[in-house]
Design a protein around this ligand. Structure first.
Ligand SMILES: CC(C)(COP(=O)(O)OP(=O)(O)OC[C@H]1O[C@@H](n2cnc3c(N)ncnc32)[C@H](O)[C@@H]1OP(=O)(O)O)[C@@H](O)C(=O)NCCC(=O)NCCS
Length: 388
């Protein structure tokens, strides 16, 4: 493939759409056919057979672990879950009405200042830092949630896996096996997704040879937006709006929304021009959870909305994305709306770090695109007293 610098003239691509700037072995999205692979393994295989821990290892180390490697990685994750006193104090100082995405952005950044070797580029040390960050993120989210509700924080339980422990710390009671299994699978589906906006943010920061904490802080800030990670929270709010303001009339909601040229949250994707394979898996998981909780209200509303939207949005190749069915799953797991995007971060941090490690090992080149200047040149400088 030709490097743009060899071509000479800059190309214009609004939103950097369709531009390659690096090479990766981590993830391939076949947007035309709705296929997704981590390290070449189809996402369906991973969702069926793998776990958060194993798929995280796959991405970070670029290979499936053997039994011993997985046990070591998982043991460290369990050991690294607790956060230091100073971070806990910091969490207690945060205003209780803060958005949890702002909380994790702040705490991860604060944590970076506590690491004397924050700027180390030693691979082994980076993988240690990665394990700690991945392990502690659920604790930061769960602790804040309990602090803001004046509840005692619940210490991590090493007997539980990553998914189960998060639900336990959040709710204060042990989740059932089926809840853990479904939540774990949602984490696998959120782990990684190529050069999305938050990963790009992380890489832009990493490309300046800044440290891993700064890169993750950048990524969290970017994930927060409703066009990216914030969409799962917005998708659930939308279902509530349909229920409360439209009395469950999906068709009326859809018509009014599209007439105002507004977006349906949880639909559409920059890369997929076919059905997002993660949404297909999540739809089945949502159905399973709806049966388990004996409440099909939300999933039925979602299926209805998908069916009604299909003929209209399908023309523009817009289908449900990962955030659409994740929303009702998290609701059925009794997770508050504003924690849906932090959960996305709990998983996607693995993708962010895997990309940072891969980028630093490969070109590591400073990212510096251009802007096409459309202003005037050689305008006179008018002194302030002479300006109108
Ligand atoms: C994800 C998203 C930003 C990608 O958008 P994009 O690649 O920039 O697509 P565009 O903005 O160019 O949209 C193309 C057309 O589809 C429409 N469209 C895109 N997503 C839409 C949605 N969710 N609902 C309704 N219309 C949508 C646009 O209005 C536009 O229509 P037009 O050509 O008639 O003006 C967009 O689909 C979106 O906003 N989705 C909702 C938020 C969301 O779920 N984000 C999570 C992504 S995983």
């Amino acid at each position: 493939m030709k490097d743009i610098r060899e071509i000479g003239e800059p190309v214009f691509s609004s939103g950097l759409e369709n531009i390659y700037f690096s090479e990766t072995k981590l993830c391939y999205i076949d947007g035309e056919n709705g296929r997704l692979y981590y390290l070449g393994i189809p996402i369906e295989e991973l969702a069926d057979n793998s776990t958060f821990e194993e798929s995280s290892y796959l991405l970070l180390y670029q290979k499936l672990p053997n039994k011993e490697e997985l046990e070591n990685f998982d043991r460290k994750l369990r050991e690294n879950r607790e956060i230091s006193e100073i971070l806990l104090k910091e969490e207690e100082l945060i205003p209780k009405n803060a958005h949890p995405m702002d909380v994790i952005r702040t705490i991860v950044s604060f944590n970076g200042m506590l690491d004397e070797k924050a700027t180390s580029r030693n691979e082994e040390e980076l993988l240690e830092k990665a394990n700690k960050l991945i392990a502690m993120l659920p604790t930061i989210v769960a602790y804040f949630h309990r602090i803001r509700n004046n509840l005692n924080t619940v210490k991590p339980d090493r007997e539980l896996n990553h998914a189960g422990n998060f639900l336990y710390m959040l709710r204060g009671e042990k989740p059932s096996d089926i809840e853990i299994e479904i939540f774990d699978k949602t984490l696998i589906l959120y782990l990684e997704h190529g050069m999305n906006a938050s990963t790009f943010s992380a890489i832009v920061t990493a490309s300046t040879q800044s440290d891993i904490y700064s890169s993750i802080t950048s990524a969290i800030g970017t994930l927060k937006g409703p066009l990216h990670g914030g969409a799962n929270e917005e998708a659930m709010k939308m279902l509530f709006e349909i229920d409360e303001k439209y009395n469950g009339d999906v068709e009326k909601y859809l018509k009014e929304k599209l007439a105002r040229k507004e977006r349906i949250m949880g639909f559409g994707h920059r890369v997929y021009k076919a059905y997002d394979p993660r949404a297909r898996i999540l739809k089945n998981l949502a159905l399973k959870l709806a049966d388990y909780t004996n409440n099909r209200k939300w999933i039925d509303m979602q299926i209805q909305l998908e069916e009604k939207a299909g003929p209209i949005l399908g023309e523009k190749q817009i289908y449900p994305n990962v955030d659409y069915y994740a929303a009702s799953i998290y609701y059925m797991l009794k997770i508050p709306f504003d924690l849906y995007t932090p959960i996305f971060a709990i998983a996607r941090i693995v993708g962010w770090i895997s990309h940072i490690l891969e980028y630093w090992k490969s070109s590591g080149r400073l990212i510096r695109p251009r802007e096409k200047y459309i202003g005037e040149l050689n305008k006179p400088y008018i002194k302030i007293n002479e300006r109108r």
